[in-house]
Design a protein around this ligand. Structure first.
Ligand code: SF4
Length: 111
């Protein structure tokens, strides 16, 4: 939002606010439980981790390929995806374990 009109427009959607009922809350809780039980890397591909990588590794794309392996147990599809996503780019094996990606989010936090 960058104008008062945009702010008013966004806030107007709360005019008829109705809180979730217990059935809706339970449905969300069930969905959360299912998602937590999945054996996968919780990456939303925000790319906050990538700007500081000295090796320019496409970290979220590699996680996406790994999630195919973890979720669907399809090693061939996961490997194909990995090669598609890293074609012409750095590979996971190029990681030097500098740790920069683990702390990259700090650069986007207000000081
Ligand atoms: S540890 Fe360093 S080299 Fe490896 S992915 Fe993270 S930022 Fe890149």
């Amino acid at each position: 939002m960058s104008t008062i009109d945009q702010l008013n427009d966004n806030v107007s959607y709360m005019d008829d606010f109705q809180p979730l009922n217990s059935d809706e809350i339970n449905t969300i809780k069930k969905a959360q439980d299912i998602m937590r039980a999945l054996d996968s890397i919780a990456c939303t591909a925000c790319h906050y981790c990538t700007p500081g990588c000295p090796q320019q590794i496409p970290i979220p794309e590699i996680f996406e390929a790994m999630n195919r392996k973890l979720l669907f147990h399809d090693d061939e599809a996961a490997l194909k995806r990995y090669h598609q996503k890293t074609n012409g780019k750095s590979k996971a094996k190029d990681c030097i374990a500098c740790g920069q990606c683990k702390f990259a989010f700090r650069s986007i936090l207000p000081s």
